[in-house]
Ligand binder design. Structure first.
Ligand code: MG
Length: 253
């Protein structure tokens, strides 16, 4: 579970490349595009511009380079030519990228054009909750501290945290140990040590936390039909705190 310095350097390189994918998306007006068109644009950018590999393509028989989860879709939404993004939608784009054998994983919920203030508040609170979790990461802290920081911020704002899906260790494989819950109790769970690398990726619902997981197919939706947002970064535990490997140019630790 502990990465060596040369592995951390390669993970940081993959993380920087993945951040540049989101910086490209930040410059792209999404309204009127199908989620498949967004997928294809991201694939071309990763393969042609970054000379990297979209890590989700082919994993678990998934045919796309991203998950696109619109409005009440919690996660694992599948790009489609018939799903056109419209003003007022919120859409999480979850992307993985591999370069030189090491994988980075990040996601961001985009607001398409002007969105309802309630949707904006959910998206902004979810982003804040991700950062509450990141700020709890340091050697000697525990994963329960991370989950508690996220859950507390969500609940304080009247929202709920999805429990069925969690963050994960990452490296040569997309999903490694440990599992990173987005709820928990302080002082419990795995002790964090320098060299651990994992994702933090809270899914937060405007309504209740229940979700419907399809028996076949991918997209997970809220049981009560309420909006759901998510943000994700890949982080490393450093000697003194945390490094965000997928940090974008507009973000500060
Ligand atoms: Mg992930």
């Amino acid at each position: 579970m502990i990465k060596q310095p040369h592995e951390l350097a390669l993970l940081a390189q993959s993380g920087r490349l993945l951040a540049s994918v989101f910086e490209m998306l930040d410059r792209t007006p999404l309204a009127g595009l199908s989620t498949l068109a967004v997928n294809d644009m991201v694939e071309r950018f990763i393969v042609d511009d970054l000379k990297a590999r979209p890590a989700s393509k082919g994993q678990y028989d998934f045919a796309y380079v991203l998950n696109s989860s619109v409005n009440d879709v919690v996660c694992h939404g599948v790009p489609s030519a018939s799903e056109i993004l419209a003003e007022g939608d919120i859409v999480n784009l979850d992307i993985t990228l591999e370069k030189n054998g090491y994988i980075a994983d990040s996601s961001k919920t985009y607001m398409v054009g002007e969105v309802h203030p309630a949707a904006r508040r959910l998206v902004e609170t979810t982003y804040e909750a991700l950062w509450k979790g990141i700020q709890a990461v340091r050697p000697g802290a525990r994963l329960g501290d991370v989950g508690w920081a996220i859950e507390r911020h969500a609940k304080k704002n009247g929202y709920s945290v999805v429990r069925e899906y969690c963050g994960h260790g990452i490296g040569r494989e997309m999903h490694e140990e440990p599992q990173v819950m987005h709820y928990g109790r302080p002082g419990t769970g795995l002790l964090l040590r320098e060299g651990m690398v994992f994702t933090i990726e809270p899914m937060i619902n405007r309504g209740r936390r229940g979700v419907i997981t399809p028996e076949d197919g991918w997209a997970v939706v809220t049981k009560d039909g309420s909006l759901s947002a998510q943000f994700e970064h890949t982080v490393a535990v450093t000697a003194s705190g945390v490094a965000v490997l997928t940090l974008r140019a507009d973000e500060r630790l």
